[in-house]
Ligand binder design. Structure first.
Ligand code: FAI
Length: 530
């Protein structure tokens, strides 16, 4: 392959695109450089209507497009023209024998499989939108990038035209376009296999592929020496991947991770029922509150841990109003994320140039099915999304003391927040707001103590002696293996506790609660989060 690595002149191009964006200009540019154009049905009509000379694919193959377009380019005259090694005498002999002409450039984009699935189309319609001929051409051309240029993204048309105007497409560009082409067909097949898996409810099908579309390359990852990029999967879930950035600096890797945690948390609360605000640091909440309006929810969330809230992410489940925006901008905040914002709220936030404002258009459905993926050395851990919460549980009172209505409401809030706190999680709540959060400790007792200690700091910050946890309720994300965790909650001042139960020592824990005279309920649902 002596020609390999050289700049290649383009003499014949095959154009077959579903998304016709930019195609007329691209075809004109090619035509002006003397490139012969060959094209399929709709693409051919577009080019011909623009007054440009273009051959129909059936003229090249000698076969009509048939079977509702299932077979149009699947022919040796196409694939031979794409795959032949130009300086290989045997390949040349085959081309001569079968009258196969070289094709130097292919521009293809595929039937919109992903969009068809997202639109809720029927099974048959989805199947019909699996492109076969397109990926086949893309793969042939990409394999033979030593000689052939493959363009799968209209965004690359200008660069390719520029190269052709300067005499030909250089090897480095052909190579990059080939890599992109295989990434595209891999992502396409990944979407098809993921759809099949969902449709047939296969939990295990032998292979899994996960794909995304590049949204942005970040300056760095979790730390400055780590490379990072954000890929979106196309899932139609209001949140970090679908958000519109209205203002502020570009998002960092950590911002994206924390904003996701923040918005998923407030999405637990139906905005028609209550306003909810979460302030997040390092993917853990440092304050969460629900209230009749956002401004009170924000003030109460902030009170939990005003020190940690500095440089935090604020998520809201309703449209941000001017009053709430005014409160938020008083504290140094990295990101605000909400379904929408009033014009006045946006103007108030605009005064802080660097502050990012992200609008999602709605809250996420906390009950929606989905997968989460985590990488481990040499593998991927895949599981169903944790799409259930305390509202799905049969709550059992296990102590002599019954919780009051207020305690019960606060325990539901505490349990929903605990679901979003890294394990071991302990969340203290009083009157609709968190008053102490213990996150990510290796022992449940330590989490209970941490939340308590932080509530003493927060009380002091607001000029109150003692702990905010006095008279609160507490939630634990998992059962208490011993009574010591429960006793730490009692010592912190909790009057009611919500936890899944299920320990072999549940009896001891219940006895400790009875001895302390507090109420305890069990949900039967654990919410580990790592
Ligand atoms: N069947 C084939 O041989 C075939 N060849 C190309 N396509 C696709 O047909 C589309 C373009 O069709 P048209 O030019 O008719 O709008 C492209 O998305 C291309 O990927 C095909 N369609 C499906 O497999």
């Amino acid at each position: 392959m002596q020609l390999m690595g050289k700049t290649v002149q383009v003499r014949r191009a095959l154009l077959s695109v579903f998304d016709k964006t930019g195609m007329e200009d691209f075809a004109r540019g090619l035509s002006e450089r003397g490139v012969e154009l060959v094209s399929t049905g709709g693409t051919q009509r577009l080019i011909a209507n623009a007054g440009l000379p273009v051959r129909e694919i059936s003229d090249l193959t000698g076969f009509p497009e048939m079977m509702d377009g299932r077979v149009k380019t699947l022919h040796p005259k196409v694939h031979g023209g794409l795959l032949s090694v130009r300086d290989n005498p045997a390949h040349q002999a085959a081309m001569d024998a079968y009258d196969i002409g070289p094709i130097d450039l292919v521009a293809v984009n595929l039937y919109p499989f992903e969009k068809t699935v997202a639109s809720g189309a029927s099974y048959d319609e989805i199947i019909e939108n699996i492109d076969i001929g397109g990926p086949a051409m893309v793969r042939s051309a990409a394999k033979n990038h030593a000689f052939v240029t493959v363009v799968v993204d209209p965004a690359d048309y200008p660069a390719v035209l520029d190269a052709i105007r300067q005499g030909g497409v250089p090897y480095a560009l052909r190579q990059r376009l080939a890599a992109k082409a295989y990434a595209r067909t891999a992502a396409y097949d990944s979407a098809i296999s993921a759809w099949f898996a969902r449709e047939l409810q296969f939990d295990e099908i032998g292979y899994r592929s996960f794909a995304g579309t590049l949204r942005e390359v970040m300056r760095y990852g979790e730390n400055p020496h780590q490379w990072a990029a954000f890929y979106t999967t196309g899932e139609d879930r209001p949140g970090i991947a679908t958000t519109q950035q209205v203002q502020g600096k570009t998002l960092s890797y950590n911002n994206i991770n924390d904003t996701d945690a923040a918005f998923e948390l407030v999405s637990e609360f139906d905005p028609h029922v209550t306003a909810a605000v979460a302030i997040i640091k390092h993917a853990n909440p440092c304050g969460v509150a629900i209230a009749r309006d956002l401004v009170n929810a924000y003030r109460n969330a902030l009170r939990t841990d005003p020190v940690s809230a500095f440089g935090g992410i604020v998520a809201l489940n309703r449209e941000i109003d001017a009053e709430t925006a005014t409160e938020i901008v008083k504290v140094f905040t990295e990101v605000i994320v909400a379904p929408s914002a009033t014009k006045t709220a946006q103007d108030i936030i605009a005064a802080k140039k660097n502050l990012r404002l992200l609008l999602t258009g709605g809250v996420a459905d906390p009950k929606a099915e989905g997968l989460t993926v985590k990488s481990v050395a040499g593998g991927l851990l895949v599981q169903g999304r944790d799409n259930r919460n305390v509202d799905d549980c049969d709550i059992r009172v296990v102590t002599q003391k019954q919780p009051t209505e207020q305690e019960m409401a606060d325990m539901r809030l505490a349990a929903k927040v605990a679901k979003h706190v890294k394990s071991n999680a302990i969340v203290y709540v009083k009157d609709g707001a968190t008053v102490g959060i213990g996150a990510g400790q290796m022992s449940r007792v330590d989490s209970a103590l941490t939340g308590h200690r932080k509530s003493i700091d927060a009380a002091r910050a607001s000029g109150v002696e003692g702990a905010l946890t006095q008279g609160s309720v507490a939630a634990s994300d998992a059962f208490f293996p011993f009574a010591d965790g429960l006793e730490a909650l009692v010592a912190a001042g909790a009057t009611a506790v919500i936890q899944p139960g299920g320990s072999v020592r549940d009896d001891e824990v219940i006895a400790a609660a009875d001895a302390a005279g507090i109420a305890m309920v069990m949900t039967g649902m654990r919410h580990f989060r790592h």
